[in-house]
Write a protein that binds this ligand. Sequence first.
Ligand code: ACO
Length: 334
Amino acid sequence: MIYAALKSIGAYVPEKVLTNEDFEKFLDTSDEWITKRTGIKERHIAADDELTSDMGVEAAKIAIHRAGLKINDIDMIVCATISPDYLCMPSTACVIASKLGRTNVAAFDISAACTGFIYAMSIAKAFIESKAKKNVLIVGAEKLSAIVDYSDRSTCVLFGDGAGAAVISATNKKSDAIADVHISADGNYGDLLMTPGCGVKNPCSQHAIEEKLCTMKMKGNETFKIAVKTLTSDVTNILNDNDVQTKDIKHFIPHQANYRIIKAVGDALKMTSEQVVLTVSKYGNTSSASIPMAMNDIWESGRLKKGDTLLLDAFGGGLTWGSALLPFAGESRQ
Ligand code: ACO
């Protein structure tokens, strides 16, 4: 029997930092409001000439190195992003493959917003378990600053840029296997979180530009309520399906959208503060990159060890949501 195992994690964070105090200079907002409502203190912003693919490449190089592999060992690249280099083509995964110097490889993007990394993991797992691929690079990379409306205080303070990547490899060791991945969606709630313009429905035009239709629009309050409810039940289901209890989880790594959502779900599951991984204060919401960036943080700080049981959950535009239960099968930091 062939299983899929998470062998490594890597991340890239752009240099420039945008603090809550920076927003106070040009927006009717305050550090106090942002901190109290979201837990966010600062976020990183990519340079003008730094693309989503560039950040993905940096994270990917680290993940491939930490997996003990060379780029030619990678036989599939899946990039989850809602801020691709190009609207339609080429895919950001193809650009990443090219920048990594890998040709003749399966490469494609997926669009599942903040749940993208978990969707990518489920795809990698399926390809590996069916023996079609051996080493899949999954990337979550976002330059959200390029699709944020910096005059809309209800969204712009939430988002940041960055990338995370992981290598999922074939193994015959059942104890290393990704146990389960749940992915789901309800398109009826698509209007809660969307970029209305520059697709086929509202093509790029003077009107789309003037109305800022190509930037993110969010009904935050409604999204918040559905997020807490859906995440709590989805995570409870994945634990029950696999006969795992909350106390068996070493690190609960939720999508880092809002501290209050994370706290509500963590409390409902009776997670301790040691179990819950929190990076939202320093990175904000980096959509598909947030889970691998958070995982990389605990790897780099030495908290994430080989064999630790991880529980991931995410929620995002679509609406989409998902969760994953798995051991960390990579090497601990030396
Ligand atoms: N500064 C000051 N005041 C603000 C700001 C701001 N930055 N933003 C909004 N306000 C005001 C509003 O105008 C409103 O004022 P009013 O009462 O006079 O009308 C008041 O604050 C309350 O606004 P709410 O939207 O009700 O605030 P809420 O407590 O819901 O917090 C937030 C907003 C942080 C966006 C929250 O709803 C949230 O986190 N939602 C979920 C986001 C999420 O998880 N998205 C999914 C993933 S993202 C993705 O997929 C890309």
